[in-house]
Write a protein that binds this ligand. Structure first.
Ligand SMILES: Nc1nc2c(ncn2[C@@H]2O[C@H](COP(=O)(O)OP(=O)(O)OP(=O)(O)O)[C@@H](O)[C@H]2O)c(=O)[nH]1
Length: 374
């Protein structure tokens, strides 16, 4: 059985379990239904027509998603799936074998999905090598090799585990440029940990953007977690000290700190983040446990450059990729992994508070695979 068939089998079983527990109204066709995908694309476009100002001030109502995990994940990837599989199907129509013309066209498809040159070249080389060795003569076999190589590439890195602090609050530091979705993701994470039974608080240290502190405070109120707020233009490190002290006094399990996301010059960024690390470690030894970099999937390769800046300034331990629902370029997941070596910890699949999912490479590949062999 080929790689894609194995993936299908794995998820078909999970899908059946999920579907049997769903109500009819909540049904979302997972992969094949392009009508659902189109509808979601239209919905996304409506969201995207809001002005930036409107978007900034909006804290969406908390509506707990009644969709199953797997379905929400899969529908969030529908833009990438539709675009990627369509291009592979077009390629299949003129397929005569794995020759240089074919590999060139496949390279273009990968670049258009935002894998970036380096990552795309790596995959192409593997496809060429394996197709020759395994005597692949059909597009189905080539697709199989391609997707399996994507999985291998993602799994070829070792990740440091996220270890919670046994002696006090575990601190998670959120970094990333303005507008990447840092504040919303901070709220989503707080909600997720709270649902897992943890005592969570958030620290609003993004004192640079007027409104960011207020935005997080309103999220926190709705979720029902405490929020330590920084005053406008206050030193983020001093706000974080207040947050850490609050978390200790209130025996919180988790503190998530939203930081200012300006990409100033590298030295300033480095100094600011160094100072933040130092004050956290002083208040809660050994913390932060994680520094998660929030990247907007729609910014494509630009996101990789931003990530490099942050990685040069601090010890980033993972990436949260937001707005994957609004992007047809989900290949950025593999570019992040290949170029930065960082794990994608979570993906943002919408603006709602529970539109955050732990990233899993198999679910991701299944989600973008669609009806690729049809
Ligand atoms: N569709 C979609 N929208 C998202 C997602 N994550 C965040 N957003 C939206 O992106 C916009 C910016 O999000 P914020 O959380 O304010 O971004 P930020 O990085 O904190 O921005 P600053 O506060 O300026 O630093 C908001 O309209 C969010 O609702 C996601 O996963 N999917």
């Amino acid at each position: 059985m080929g790689f894609l068939d194995k993936l299908r089998k794995k998820f078909a079983n999970e899908q059946q379990d999920v579907e049997s527990t769903e109500t009819v109204e909540n049904e979302v066709e997972p992969v094949e239904d392009t009508t659902t995908a189109d509808k979601e694309v239209i919905e996304q476009e409506v969201v995207q027509t809001q002005s930036e100002e409107q978007q900034e001030s909006v804290v969406p109502e908390i509506v707990q998603s009644d969709r199953s995990d797997a379905n929400r994940y899969l529908s969030g990837l529908s833009k990438t799936k539709v675009s990627f599989t369509q291009k592979l199907k077009n390629l299949a129509r003129g397929f005569k074998g794995v020759d240089s013309d074919f590999l060139e066209e496949l390279m273009i498809v990968l670049l258009e999905a935002d894998l970036g040159i380096d990552t795309a070249e790596k995959l192409i080389k593997q496809v060429e090598k394996r197709s020759d060795k395994e005597k692949a003569t059909t597009m189905k076999e080539v697709n199989d090799i391609l997707f399996e190589e994507m999985q291998t590439l993602y799994n070829s890195f070792e990740d440091a585990p996220f270890i919670e602090n046994a002696d006090g609050p575990t601190v998670i530091l959120m970094v990333g440029v303005n507008g990447s979705g840092k504040t919303t993701t901070t709220a989503k994470l707080a909600n997720m940990f709270k649902e897992d039974g943890k005592s969570v608080m958030v620290t609003a240290a993004d004192t640079f953007r007027a409104g960011a502190v207020d935005q997080l405070k309103r999220w926190a109120d709705r979720i029902g977690v405490d929020c330590v707020e920084g005053r406008a233009q206050a030193d983020p490190a001093s706000v974080i000290v207040d947050g850490a002290r609050f978390a200790k006094e209130h025996n919180n399990d988790i503190m998530i700190a939203d930081t200012a996301g300006r990409l100033q010059n590298k030295v300033n960024l480095m100094n600011e983040l160094k100072k933040i690390h130092k004050v956290i470690d002083k208040e809660i030894p050994g913390q932060p446990a994680a520094v998660w970099l929030v990247i907007d999937a729609t910014t494509g390769q630009n996101g990789i450059s931003q990530a490099k800046e942050f990685m040069g300034a601090t010890n980033v331990t993972g990436v949260i990729l937001t707005k994957l629902d609004g992007s047809a370029k989900g290949g950025i997941v593999l570019a992040i992994r290949n170029m930065l070596g960082l794990p994608v910890k979570y993906v943002g699949l919408g603006e709602g508070v529970d539109d955050l999912r732990p990233f899993d490479i198999d679910t991701f590949l299944y989600g973008i695979m669609g009806d690729i062999d049809a």
